[in-house]
Design a protein around this ligand. Structure first.
Ligand SMILES: *Cc1c(COP(=O)(O)O)cnc(C)c1O
Length: 341
């Protein structure tokens, strides 16, 4: 209780609320705008005597630079937890994510690259962590699935059991995952090829040594290049509406960076100021995370058009819709579009 855990300022809320559930305190690090992942060069400045772990999120299916993260973690004696919920099959330096940290999690919810309806997977190669995870998973009990239960709570646990039907569905999906991901990568490559050079459009990057799964094809609008001097989110929202009207299923994934979310700003997750009252003061001033804010205000993304069995026909239709909106920007009346029902 009261320990600190480092995490990115931009992700799904549970990448950081999971820290609160362990009675620990999230310490946010700004993102690297180009990759949208936590800026690994800013991790060390966030480490204090109370830091125990780093949670890395391989966002949108692009791996964090794990060579740098593991080097920092070793130097400071920190555990590394990979949130690979969006990153099934994504690789860094030829190795799939989920194998770098002390443990990792994958989501199999309705949205993810491997879907079982609901559920997920926890992986570790550390026996102690495995045993603790087992206790948390099932009422604080310690028996493995092949042993007879003794119905004794040895520690604080929850009920995180999956059900057999969704697990069976997930295992069937697993046999197709390689094929699904190959199609998704081909679709993303085609979309990038179709959209390259569109003025004001910042396409997703895949730095050397990375192999993305393109879980969420996320682009940004360079509002300056389009001659817009108002709030970036207003132009983005209007362009997104125009893209939707062209049949492009673009959406904004996160409207807020994590530190501004009320659960963190209020600093009172469990009542009586807990867990923040158990540690040292941490600063959640949104001004400290300008890259995350810039991304939040200017991005739009897509998941379904790239998913199997969609192929070149869908991808080309999507590209055409996006191009039409960017190239016709001179005719876009932002205020009128935003005020329209
Ligand atoms: C989906 C997601 C989660 C949560 O997964 P669930 O299976 O819905 O609990 C956590 N982190 C990230 C980055 C996600 O995208």
């Amino acid at each position: 209780a009261g320990d600190e855990v480092i995490v990115t300022a931009y992700s799904w809320s549970s990448s950081a609320t999971c820290i609160l559930h362990a009675n620990a305190i999230p310490v946010f690090v700004d993102i690297d705008f180009a990759t949208i992942n936590m800026d690994v060069d800013k991790i060390e400045a966030a480490i204090t005597a109370r830091t125990k772990a780093i949670i890395v999120v391989h966002l949108h299916g692009l791996a964090v630079n794990m060579a740098k993260v593991m080097k920092i973690a070793r130097r400071h004696g920190l555990k590394v937890i990979e949130d690979a919920c969006q990153a099934h099959g994504a690789e860094f330096k030829g190795r799939k994510v989920g194998q770098y940290g002390d443990c990792a999690t994958f989501s199999f919810n309705q949205n993810k690259c491997l879907c079982s309806g609901e559920g997920g997977m926890f992986v570790t190669d550390n026996e102690d962590i495995l045993n603790k995870a087992r206790m948390i998973w099932s009422f604080g009990e310690t028996r493995t699935p092949t042993e007879k239960r003794d119905y004794h709570a040895y520690a604080l646990g929850w009920m995180y059991r999956n059900n057999d039907l969704t697990a069976a569905f997930g295992r069937a999906q697993l046999t197709r995952l390689t094929e699904y991901l190959a199609i998704q990568r081909e679709n993303a490559a085609l979309l990038i090829q179709e959209l390259k050079g569109v003025k004001g459009l910042i396409l997703p990057v895949e730095p050397a040594g990375h192999r993305a799964n393109h879980y969420n094809f996320t682009s940004r609008i360079d509002v300056n290049k389009l001659g817009w001097s108002g709030h970036p989110a207003r132009l983005r929202d209007a362009m997104m509406k125009a893209m939707n009207a062209e049949g492009v299923p673009a959406g904004v994934w996160q409207h807020f960076i994590l530190p501004v979310m009320t659960v963190f700003q209020a600093k009172n997750a469990f009542g009586k100021g807990s867990p923040w009252c158990l540690g040292k003061k941490v600063d959640y001033n949104p001004k400290r995370f300008p890259a995350a804010q810039k991304h939040t205000d200017s991005h739009f993304g897509m998941t379904t058009p790239l998913r199997a069995p969609n192929g070149p026909e869908t991808v080309k239709a999507v590209a055409e819709g996006i191009r039409k909106v960017f190239e016709g920007i001179g005719e876009l009346d932002v205020e009128k579009v935003l005020s329209a029902k």
